[in-house]
Design a protein around this ligand. Structure first.
Ligand code: FES
Ligand code: FE2
Length: 426
């Protein structure tokens, strides 16, 4: 993490933070500045072709993402500074973007270089905001904070291996922090996902542990037979975990998840899954993933809304047509309200993970608000996720090996996300 003290614009005098300060991420908010102080995934590589420009709403703020004809992605301000037209309606020219209305043209640095109706010297005085962007492991990452970006974080075991790298994401219509807390709450699994492969029965709270690590938290659950599930949570909004099969030919998969606010009441979870399987088996898995993308045609977001409004019961949902695990988590998380009211809670020992997560978030946010140095989180190779003794140790990874990237998002999910990213900023 960079020197965040330098970007904290005002000192926070209170030693307590409200939940609003922790979970609301719009421009200028404490949480928003904190999340913007690190690189975040903001878009799928697959969703923007050379020559395309799209509107992008992240943390309640509008941007324009476009891909130059060279293939390089760029991220700039949402609107043209001439008369405020949305730039994504314009034209990509090389690595520049030209406004639809009167043709002002901006380089990817944000510098205006042409204004067809104006004297030439006016353009030199106009510059829009542009943001550092990196394309990596199937995703487009951006640094949305002030000043120079921190070092770009890499995940070598997801980058250099033979097999499939599945790229995934979903839109959830509640605050991002509810999903973050849900990852640190494995006692929900036996109930919410009781019928699924991900379930591991009733979890006794006393068998859950959350210990601070160099990266964030090591959160684990140990069964009576001594085998453990170990999740590594990375500050501020990443989880690394190994999960049980989601395909008959996958023994386990290792994943990274990021929770990125679209606005305060919705977020996208970006995920990558490392599946170190090659050859015919990899092809069969990829084919099954491809078939499932179109088979799912009921948006889990809309079904969750139907359930929460009492129109249908979850038992009536056709699991062939809807992603049931996402639906289950939708109901659990959105059912707490779009922004949960945590003053109503009665927490127990089963909540040890989310309590620990809130504690380190509070500590970091407070230091950030007061302009003080805070912990420099990093991810040593020794911090590994595992599930019941299966640990996808990446030790022998070949630095030249590259996985085949496959997009596993249902098409209906892609549509829902595009609509959320492209919604107007009011
Ligand atoms: S509004 Fe963009 S050029 Fe006029
Ligand atoms: Fe869940």
């Amino acid at each position: 993490m960079n020197d965040v003290g330098a970007v904290a614009s005002k000192a926070h005098v209170s030693s307590e933070l409200t939940y609003d300060e922790i979970v609301r991420s719009g421009p200028g908010t404490l949480c928003g500045r904190y999340l913007r102080s690190v690189w975040q995934p903001v878009y799928h590589s697959a969703d923007i072709l050379p020559g395309q420009a799209k509107p992008l709403r992240i943390m309640g703020e509008g941007f324009t993402v476009y891909r130059g004809s060279s293939g390089t992605p760029h991220l700039v301000a949402r609107v043209c500074p001439h008369r405020g037209l949305q730039l994504s309606a314009g034209f990509v020219e090389g690595d520049a973007i030209r406004c639809f209305y009167h043709g002002w043209k901006f380089e990817s640095s944000g510098q205006c270089v042409e204004q067809p109706a104006e004297e030439s010297r006016f353009a030199a005085k106009i510059c829009i905001k542009s943001y550092p962007v990196r394309e990596y492991i199937g995703l487009i990452f951006a640094y949305l904070g002030e000043g120079d970006p921190p070092e770009f974080p890499r995940y070598p075991e997801f980058e250099n291996f033979e097999g499939l790298l599945e790229v995934d994401s979903y839109l959830r219509e509640c605050n991002f922090f509810q999903n973050l807390e849900n990852a640190l709450d494995q006692s929900h699994i036996g109930f919410v996902h009781g019928s699924g492969a991900a379930s591991f029965g009733t979890v006794l709270g006393k068998s859950l542990k959350a210990e601070e690590s160099d990266w964030g938290l090591t959160y684990s659950y140990t069964r009576d037979d001594g085998e453990s599930f170990v999740l590594q949570f990375g500050m501020p909004n990443i989880a690394n975990l190994a999960t049980l099969p989601t395909d008959p030919e996958i023994g386990f998969q290792e994943s990274l998840h990021w929770w990125i606010p679209v606005d305060d009441e919705s977020h996208v979870q970006f995920s990558i899954h490392r599946v170190p399987i090659t050859g015919d088996a990899a092809k069969r898995i990829a084919d099954r993933r491809a078939a499932r993308r179109s088979e799912i045609d009921l948006p889990h977001q809309q079904v969750a809304d139907d359930i929460l409004r009492g129109r249908i019961n979850i038992a009536e949902v056709d699991v062939k047509r809807c992603d049931i695990v996402r639906l289950q988590d939708d109901v659990a998380q959105i059912g707490q309200k779009r922004i949960a009211d945590r003053s109503l809670e009665h927490r127990g020992v089963g909540d040890v993970g989310l309590v620990a997560g809130r504690r380190i978030w509070r500590r970091d946010l407070l230091a950030f608000a007061q302009g003080k140095p805070h912990k420099q989180w990093n991810r040593p190779a020794s911090l590994r996720a595992s599930v019941w003794g299966m640990n996808p140790a990446p030790g022998e990874n070949d630095a030249h090996a590259k996985p085949v990237i496959i997009d596993m998002r249902p098409y209906i999910e892609v549509k829902m996300q595009m609509e959320a990213f492209g919604a107007p900023i009011l």
